[in-house]
Design a protein around this ligand. Structure first.
Ligand code: XMP
Length: 522
């Protein structure tokens, strides 16, 4: 477990629990999210948090088996902050009262006004010069607190939540009905800042400190054993590889599986950077013939994905075995992959796409895992990458899917189509960079459509492929919106692609959001 001061977030199933963690990490506070049903007294004692936050959640304290925190959360002498359901559960446990609806449900924007009393938890909050001292907050609750627990006082009220901001100053218990972690509570971050300051956090979670800790932990875990790492050229595996290399040097060998489905110049860039710049032992497994051969005649997206995933594991295993005697496999697993989410509905969700991963490989090969990024969010991985000296141009790269260009070429894949796609994609990205838009866009690429259309160029007839440009904004890839390019940009890009890429005579722009679309075409 980390040596840093720790804050525990007990997750009661809110849609926005991860945002609480983001706000805290921004304050250089180390925190972990654990579902309520995994947190008991023994867990709390072992975790030894310096403060606890109860998240919101969809349940009602009246429901049978309503989620509850362990009793020791209130007796271990650390500050506690309850948010929404977290406030209700706190009042319920400590002798207050919660009531159902009766027209007091609140969803969306609300305004909180201060009471006569004040407390440092609200330092910098109510600005008396504007809005007559009101402050906007975001509410989302059906039940509400109708009586606060003994010891609590009220510091802020809203029309439908008389106990919008409450605290028991003696015990350092704080409870709010709204969601300070969301964007629509503009001063929300300030509330978290005040809470962690009152709890005595010194802000010791910095990337420099993390780097030193992580290196020491990797050395302790690995000893003098060999480690292999699958390098994809993406940010996560690259940062993991550089960090591990800094810790154990040439005990690390990276395997870069080149499936022939990469973008223009990508394999050379990855190999040059890691082999020549970082001087890492790197196996460049050029297996384009194998992958493209296996995909011949395959047009079903799921069959493509599964074929690529299976071959990827075979190839990786072959090269990893050749390294000889490796005991560990390094992976760039991130914190959002580790957080166990609270499922109230139960049951598996529908598989939209079979994602490409190397699951199952460690057991099959008898390898243990080294996952030095398990505690980090994506933007923290980027910050660590910068700390480790990876160039900004590399760290800020758009995500690229494991199955690569295969899923950007709907229908059957041929080498000719891949070549056309690569060149069109390079022009599109060049346009985006030239117009200074790259960092505003989550992901941009070209999809080559399985359809030929008629055109006229230089008085002659053409019969070539149509392509679609795709560019989206997103924060996590789960939802996305198309990027609002200007007509001038789109026109200029279409002209460049048709002039510069032989084989394409028509360009379209995909304006589908996600949902209902997905980002990739397959
Ligand atoms: P979709 O197309 O599902 O994509 O909206 C969401 C994000 O995930 C990426 N993606 C993948 N990444 N392996 C990956 O590593 C995959 O199999 C895969 N499929 C989609 C996609 O590029 C987007 O960023």
């Amino acid at each position: 477990m980390t040596q840093h001061q720790r804050l525990l977030i007990i997750d009661f199933g809110s849609q926005v629990t991860q945002l609480i963690a983001r706000r805290l990490r921004e304050l250089n506070v180390y925190c972990e999210i654990h579902p309520f049903n995994r947190v008991d007294d023994a867990f709390l004692a072992a975790f030894a948090p310096k403060a606890i936050i109860f998240s919101g959640g969809p349940a009602s304290v009246f429901a049978d088996g309503a989620p509850m925190p362990p009793a020791s959360a209130f007796t271990m002498g650390v500050p506690v902050l309850g948010i929404c359901y977290g406030q209700q559960v706190m009042m319920h446990c400590l002798g207050g009262r919660v009531e159902r609806g009766h027209g007091t449900a609140e969803f969306g924007r609300a305004f909180v006004t201060p009471t006569q009393q004040t407390h440092p938890i609200l330092s910098g909050w109510f600005d008396t010069d504007t809005l007559h001292g009101r402050e906007q907050v975001w509410m989302s609750h059906g039940d509400h607190v109708s009586e606060i627990a003994p010891g609590f006082q009220v510091y802020g009220t809203s029309p439908n939540a008389p106990f919008a901001i409450t605290a028991d100053p003696a015990r350092h218990f704080y409870a709010v009905q709204f969601h300070p972690e969301v964007h629509h509570t503009p001063k929300g971050a300030k509330l978290y800042e005040n809470f962690v300051r009152l709890a005595g956090f010194t802000g010791d979670w910095t990337m420099g400190a993390y780097r030193q800790d992580a290196i020491a932990r990797i050395r302790a875990q690995v000893g003098d054993a060999k480690v292999i790492c699958g390098l994809s050229g993406g940010v996560d595996s690259s940062v993991a590889a550089v960090l591990i290399h800094e810790a154990i040097g040439d005990q690390l060998t990276c395997v870069f599986v080149d499936h022939g489905l990469l973008r223009l110049g990508e394999a050379e860039q990855v190999v040059t950077m890691f082999r020549d710049h970082y001087n890492m032992p790197l196996i460049h497994a050029d297996e384009a013939d194998l992958f493209i051969g296996a995909l011949e005649g395959v047009s079903d997206p799921e069959v493509k994905r599964k074929t690529i995933g299976r071959l990827f594991i075979d190839v990786f295993q072959k090269h990893a075995t050749a390294v000889g005697g490796a005991k560990f496999l390094a992976q760039g697993t991130l914190y959002p992959d580790v957080i166990e989410s609270v499922s109230f509905s139960g049951g598996p969700s529908v598989t939209i796409k079979s994602h490409h991963n190397v699951g199952g490989l460690p057991e099959k090969m008898g390898l243990k895992l080294v996952e030095p990024l398990r505690e980090l969010f994506k933007d923290e991985v980027r910050a660590l990458g910068r700390e480790l000296g990876l160039p900004d141009s590399f760290i800020g790269r758009h995500p690229f899917p494991g199955p690569g260009l295969a899923i950007r070429c709907p229908g059957e894949i041929t080498r000719e189509k891949l070549e056309i796609l690569r060149r069109a994609d390079a022009v599109f990205i060049d346009q985006i960079r030239k117009h200074g838009l790259y960092d505003d866009i989550w992901q941009a690429f070209v999809a080559l459509l399985p359809v030929k259309t008629v055109g006229v160029m230089g008085d002659g007839r053409t019969y070539d492929y149509a392509c679609a440009l795709r560019a989206v904004t997103s924060v996590d890839g789960m939802t996305a919106d198309y990027y609002p390019f200007t007509h001038e940009f789109l026109g200029e890009t279409a002209t460049r692609i048709i002039n510069e890429v032989q084989g394409i005579n028509r360009v379209t722009y995909d304006i589908t959001s996600k949902p209902p679309g997905t980002i990739e075409w397959e």
